[in-house]
Design a protein around this ligand. Structure first.
Ligand SMILES: C[S@@+](CC[C@H](N)C(=O)[O-])C[C@H]1O[C@@H](n2cnc3c(N)ncnc32)[C@H](O)[C@@H]1O
Length: 390
């Protein structure tokens, strides 16, 4: 495996050339392509239309209808709802017959008032309707590590509590998209493990009316079926069935798990940006969230699309799981620097803007063969810039 700055270096211009064609990927691997441009337009161009009917999962986190504008900009109110809905028929056409469209959006608040905006919910509903899609399931992504917000109402006036979740809608053209929860089983809780080991529990009818059979909990199914509340996995509620001390321990464990998952896969990208003095994407998705849906809804070899790719967390996770991927990001800096999420040995570029240089051979690898193969692929295109090796 290579590493940026050690085995390979890359020149990324700070601004993109006016003449640059958005339909040429910024970079590619043998599993995917990263494009830079407006996805609403790009999804109607030839290279993207080639994927029509073949996308098993469109997984994305579009810009939120925020009141305070983020650096990458976003629409508000009815404009936002109408804009997002335009993507619904496009993504539906892109999807396979049993494909899924999964969208994550955080909460929005009305300006100057401690009141939530319903635009996110309206946007979801309009999207569903415009795409003639089914809502397969709604998920909540809980992030206990999130900073208190909206700061005005939570920290200053203390009249609201911390907003700590985002909403995820899993949609599909069919009521039965491809899905298998056996691929995303969670580790059994210590008490469940004990129960399976000893086989001792009280069978019979529970106050909830559920009938618990004598064999119900004896079988080890390899893990627990996850709930549609993700993030802090298996977080129990402080309802008297657990001590505050144990609750705090669970919270700590879950938060650390989440943090660990985020840190590991994002480090290379973050360090790469910091070292180059370019902005790190401010709204990166937790890799564990992408990982969950890619595993749950696709098989190896399937294609995953992210039309609002940002730092390309989706592409990187798809690649690591052996899925094909296509990503589109409007901002040049985010799109180009997301290359740092990939092994330099695995990427190539035919874009004239980027120049990858091999600094030293990667030990124990057939790197020369791979580089030559990449250069050969690159030179077969009219826009090719072969990799420079030294
Ligand atoms: C919430 S962020 C996505 C973050 C991403 N999931 C990650 O992990 O880095 C939304 C992204 O959509 C991009 N964007 C906004 N409008 C776009 C458009 N019309 N076409 C493509 N990308 C767009 C923004 O630049 C921003 O990077």
């Amino acid at each position: 495996m290579g590493s940026w700055e050690t085995t390979h270096s890359i020149d990324i211009p700070s601004t993109v050339s006016q003449r640059r064609r958005a339909s040429i990927p910024v970079y590619e691997t043998h599993l995917g392509s990263a494009y830079c441009g407006d996805s609403l337009s790009l999804l109607r161009t030839k290279p993207l239309l080639a994927h029509q009917g073949k996308i098993q999962l469109a997984f994305t986190s579009p810009p939120f209808p925020l009141n305070t504008k983020k650096s990458y900009g976003n629409l508000q109110g009815e404009d936002y709802i109408r804009w997002l809905a335009k993507y619904a028929p496009l993504l539906r056409k892109m999807a396979t017959d049993d494909g899924s469209i999964v969208i994550e959006i955080g909460n929005a608040w009305l300006p100057g008032e401690p009141v939530m905006s319903t635009h996110v919910l309206e946007a979801f509903l309009r999207f569903l309707k415009k795409g003639d899609l089914h809502l397969c399931q709604e998920f909540i992504w809980y992030n206990p590590a999130r900073l208190p917000s909206p700061i005005e109402w939570v920290n200053r006036e203390r009249i609201r509590v911390k907003d700590a979740f985002t909403r995820i809608w899993w949609m599909s053209p069919t009521t039965r998209p491809k899905a298998d929860n056996r691929r995303v089983l969670r580790e059994y809780s210590p008490s469940m493990k004990r129960l399976i080991a000893t086989g001792k529990y009280n069978a019979g009818r529970r106050p909830s009316e559920h009938q618990i059979g004598k064999e119900s909990f004896r079988v080890d199914n390899g893990g627990a079926i996850p709930a549609n509340v993700g993030g802090a996995d298996a977080l129990p509620s402080l309802d008297g069935t657990i001590t505050p001390k144990r609750f705090a321990e669970y919270l700590e464990q879950s938060t650390n798990l989440l943090k660990a998952a985020n840190t590991v896969s994002s480090d290379s990208y973050r360090n790469f940006c910091v070292e180059r003095g370019v902005p790190v994407h401010p709204a990166r998705m937790p890799p564990s969230l992408v990982n969950f849906f890619v595993k749950f809804l696709t098989d190896e070899g399937d294609t995953v699309l992210d039309p609002f790719a940002g730092s390309n967390t989706t592409g990187a996770i798809a690649e690591s799981l052996g899925r094909r991927w296509v990503s589109i990001e409007a901002d040049w800096t985010y799109a180009a620097h997301s290359i740092a999420r990939f092994d330099p040995e695995a990427v190539s570029t035919t874009a004239k803007d980027l120049r990858i240089t091999m600094l030293q051979p990667v030990e124990n690898q057939h790197s020369c063969e791979r580089v030559l193969a990449q250069a050969a692929t690159a030179s077969s295109s009219s826009d090719a810039i072969p990799l420079v090796t030294s």
